[in-house]
Structure formats: C-alpha cells, structure tokens
Design a protein. Structure first.
Length: 171
C-alpha cells in the first residue's frame, strides 16, 4: 500500500480561482456583490462605485439595443457615456436576477435576466432581456472585463432616452 499523498484534484484553487467544478461559495458571493454594485452605481448615479466594478479596459456589446455598440474601451470612457445619459433621467432601476455563475478560463461568466426601468417626467421606458458579464480577478478583487446586453423586449417610448441625454448635456 502506497503512502504517497493524494494527487491534487482539478477543483483546487489556482491563483485565487477554483479550477474545474462550480465556483466556490466565496467567489460566487463576491461576484454577485460586484453585480449589485454595478446596478446600484448606475441607479444611484454613484460614478465612483460604478467605475469600481470594471477593469481598466472593458469589452462592451450593446448591439442588440443599439447597432454598432460593440467595442473595447477604457472603463473611464464607458463611465463618461453613462454620465451623459443617466443624470438626465428622474430615476432608474436596474434589476438583475437568476444569476448563473460559470467558470470561464481564468474568470467567470455570469448570465442574469435583467429589467431596466428608466423614468422621465412621469413616463417610463423599460428594457428586458439578459446581461452576460465576464469577470476576472484583478488586484485581489473581482471586476467586470466584459458586458453583453441582449434586449429581448421593450415597453414604452425609446425616445425618452434621447430626451434624457439632451437634459444631461444641459446640466
């Protein structure tokens, strides 16, 4: 009978990220916290909080909502785009539910069902669909390195967002 130590299992941690099998409970909790800060940052117009969830460069794909809206860009540029729209709205609420967290190489992918309500002057424009966030370990914490929005339905007048952008530009 051999007294050799057992071989390492593929699910043991490497570089802070569990390899093989499902993500650890701690990683899952930390990743879900990032997604909560993503939504609270936008809805609270807390741009420092919103910026804190992204890597320095982020891959953004919002082509299902606005054709041609796919690019790799500095996160600071993405935040400035948000600052050019959301302050012009009276309120927003981004809801992300049913998170499906999966390991993906050196990071995770999280797919959520989403609903984003945008309010202006008593009117509402709503988007529904899914987000797919790609997160990596960056500087000892999880950060979003990519986000894809897939809009599957809308309700209300889309022009509300153009009016909000005009209002934000005038502030």
């Amino acid at each position: 009978m051999s007294k050799d130590p057992p071989a390492p299992q593929p699910s043991q941690a490497r570089g802070g990220i569990r390899q093989g099998g499902p993500p650890t409970a701690a990683d899952r909790a930390a990743v879900l916290d990032v997604l909560a800060r993503f939504a609270h940052g936008i809805d609270g117009r807390d741009w420092a909080l919103y910026r804190s969830v992204f890597t320095d460069e982020v891959d953004v794909d919002y082509t299902s909502y606005r054709p041609g809206s796919r690019a790799r860009m500095p996160a600071d540029e993405w935040i400035e785009r948000a600052r050019g729209l959301f302050p012009g709205l009276d309120a927003t609420q981004h809801v992300l539910v049913n998170p499906w967290v999966r390991l993906d190489g050196d990071g995770v992918r999280v797919q959520t069902s989403m609903r984003a309500d945008h309010f202006l002057d008593g009117e509402r424009y709503t988007l529904g669909g899914t987000y797919l966030h790609r997160l990596i370990h960056d500087g000892g914490t999880w950060r979003i390195s990519g986000v894809t929005l897939t809009v599957t339905w809308t309700e209300g007048d889309r022009r509300l967002l153009a009016l909000a952008a005009e209002r934000a530009a005038g502030r």
